[in-house]
Design a protein around this ligand. Structure first.
Ligand code: 13P
Length: 339
């Protein structure tokens, strides 16, 4: 298959009405943080059990079109010995892979971060592709303060995302471009808007300079919300109005899909906010969808508690959130559906 046809096929499989992406790509330290509250030690085995449970959920493919995996998951198997990327494909879910290696402080730009992992990326991608991955994810992180992100942080992070995206496309892998503007802090929704506008403008300028074909990319942004320590809680309508406005200002129409991260919003908030965007602002040039980690897995993890006997209850929890977010893709979610 030519690379362009490969990229196009992957986009068509990933971008489907009423469906979104499940982010299950927690690094080992992050997975330890997720497992600790339910009293489960994070080991190769327990992480494999959890991801096996997620991917084995009957009907998951009705609402989920892509799953982001972590490197070790590519080689893990279900109980009958099937590799997990193949379990995903059998559900009609495209397997993808997180390829960044986490953040470090950006030297000479105090308070800003930059993500590592570009060296040798093309070779790693070829290997992941052989193991079944068809798309990748890379996350740049922008802490918000009065002075951050600084102009240097905005520029450098955009360049790294663009280099990553260009490398992915050169080997037939669809890049998910994730500039995460953190919800941490007491900043206002106005400040969040201003930061996201600057960040996304810089990202698309860099993607253009690096000759990335936007048609074969997916954006994974943050929603425009107040910081989590701000006294004001924004309604879904307010989040939707601000988020759609900033997206329309910054994201070219050639991008097929925008799949939000949940970033610390509660399960219900993340669903209600996505729903308000699709209900109140239909007909955008791109699909408005989800790529949630915590907001899809949180309830299921707590139903599971690391015990095999809770497997079905946990899968039911995951399926419920996937179904409700699927409804939010059409603007058809109501809080009554939670019952
Ligand atoms: P959250 O939805 O938990 O923010 O995770 C999404 C993700 O992939 C962050 O990189």
């Amino acid at each position: 298959m030519s690379i362009l046809i490969e990229l196009q096929t992957t986009i068509e499989d990933m971008v489907q009405k009423g469906k979104g992406i499940l982010a299950a790509d927690e690094s080992n330290p992050t997975m330890a943080k997720r497992l600790q509250p339910i009293g489960v030690e994070s080991t190769f085995q327990s992480r494999g059990d959890w991801r096996n449970l997620l991917l084995g959920t009957p009907g998951l493919g009705d609402h989920i079109s892509g799953i982001i995996l972590f490197e070790e998951t590519l080689s893990q198997t279900s109980n009958d010995g099937t590799l997990l990327p193949q379990v995903a494909e059998a559900q009609g879910i495209v397997p993808g892979i997180k390829v960044d290696k986490g953040t470090i402080p950006l030297v000479n730009s105090p308070g800003d971060l930059v993500t590592q992992g570009l060296d040798g990326l093309a070779e790693r991608l070829k290997l992941y592709k052989e193991q079944g991955a068809r798309f990748a994810k890379w996350r740049e992180v922008y802490p918000v303060s009065q002075h951050n992100p600084k102009p240097l942080g905005v520029k450098v992070n955009a360049q790294v995302l663009a280099r990553y995206a260009a490398i992915c496309q050169s080997v037939g892998i669809v890049p998910i471009v994730e500039p995460e503007v953190l919800i941490d802090g007491d900043h206002t929704i106005v400040r969040c808007f201003e930061v996201i506008e600057k960040v996304q403008q810089a990202v698309y300028k860099a993607l253009f300079r690096y000759h990335v074909s936007l048609e074969y990319t997916i954006l994974k942004p943050s929603m425009v919300t107040p910081g989590k320590d701000n006294a004001h809680t924004a309604s879904p309508e307010e989040v939707a109005e601000n988020t759609i406005k900033v997206l329309r200002r910054t994201v070219p129409a050639a991008v097929p899909s925008i799949n939000f991260l949940s970033g610390g919003q509660s399960d219900e908030e993340a669903t209600a906010n996505l729903n308000a965007m699709n209900r109140d602002y239909p007909g955008q040039p791109w699909e408005v969808s989800f790529s949630y980690g915590r907001a899809l897995q949180h309830a299921a993890l707590h139903a599971w508690h690391g015990q095999a006997k809770n497997r079905e209850a946990a899968q039911a929890s995951l399926l419920k959130r996937a179904r409700l977010n699927g409804a939010a893709r059409h603007g058809r979610y109501t809080p009554q559906m939670e019952e």
